[in-house]
Unconditional design. Structure first.
Length: 278
């Protein structure tokens, strides 16, 4: 059973839109992969988003934990805690990861021990103060549209919301969190599901969006990935097509990242996973 972890929740942000659309870039699960993060920033800057958010897991599984944190911080990107960030921020030996086999557990133990050993005090303190959630409320056409950003789920930072999750369960999670659009990471497998929670013939479309991983994709595509979410001034819970979700992939120096793993005490399997996109 996954350990329940509850970091602090960010306060609600209210946004009133006057322009025709807003482009929001969302990225997650960098996992100390600096070459991937640098390539992401180079790519996203060409897309000219109106805002950008990071959904956590900046550290773990590679050698550039401090550098990744500093690249995100210096850009003043609103960021929430991932399960790995939560553990490392508290110098814990538990990353909240759901390892299935003993070899995976052994590798995970090496990774979190290594990450704890390289963290600097200021960077660790930053991880410790990251919020659990960010909620953005759009006020459009005398109606509201709630965007909720979490790492795993609104209930637990390390809960996995896979694409095949039962529809009733996914809807219940979103309804309880008052989320019309819920964006999350953690599984490293991107997808977009549109669900209808309407009753009595009145539609209420909700969007569950896994934004994938910048630095450790697990969908058999080794390229880094992120999402561009577009909210129009006519976006509404009544129109399932009024929200645009673009999954963007980008190349980066995978060999540099993989060799960094191999030249460290980290498990060589992590290097192969980067090459394979797993």
């Amino acid at each position: 059973m996954l350990k329940k972890i509850k970091p602090a929740v960010a306060e609600q942000i209210v946004v009133t839109k006057k322009t025709s659309k807003m482009k929001i870039a969302l990225f997650s699960d960098i996992h100390a992969n600096l070459p991937a993060l640098e390539a992401f920033f180079a790519d996203v800057e060409t897309k000219n988003p109106d805002s950008i958010y990071c959904l956590g897991d900046l550290v773990g599984c590679n050698i550039w934990a401090n550098e990744v944190i500093n690249e995100v911080r210096k850009r003043k990107i609103p960021t929430i805690a991932g399960n790995y960030d939560f553990g490392i921020g508290r110098m814990s030996n538990d990353c909240g990861c759901a390892y299935k086999t003993e070899p995976e557990k052994a590798n995970g133990s090496v990774s979190i021990s290594f990450t704890n050993s390289i963290m600097k005090d200021d960077e660790r303190a930053y991880l410790r103060t990251l919020p659990a959630h960010i909620k953005v409320e759009f006020q459009l056409n005398e109606d509201k549209l709630n965007l909720l950003l979490v790492h795993g789920s609104p209930r637990k930072i390390n809960e996995y919301l896979f694409e095949d999750r039962e529809e009733k369960s996914m809807l219940r999670i979103m309804e309880q969190a008052d989320a019309d659009i819920m964006c999350f990471g953690h599984t490293h497998k991107p997808y977009h599901r549109i669900l209808n929670s309407g009753i009595d013939g009145q539609d209420h479309f909700r969007h569950a969006i896994n934004i994938g991983s910048v630095g450790k994709p697990k969908d058999s595509n080794p390229q880094g990935g992120y999402v561009m979410l577009t909210i129009n001034d006519n976006s509404s819970i009544l129109d399932k097509d009024s929200i645009q979700v673009e999954f963007i992939r980008f190349d980066y120096d995978i060999e540099k990242a993989a060799k960094a793993v191999e030249e460290s005490i980290l498990p060589n399997e992590y290097a192969e996973n980067l090459r394979r996109g797993y």
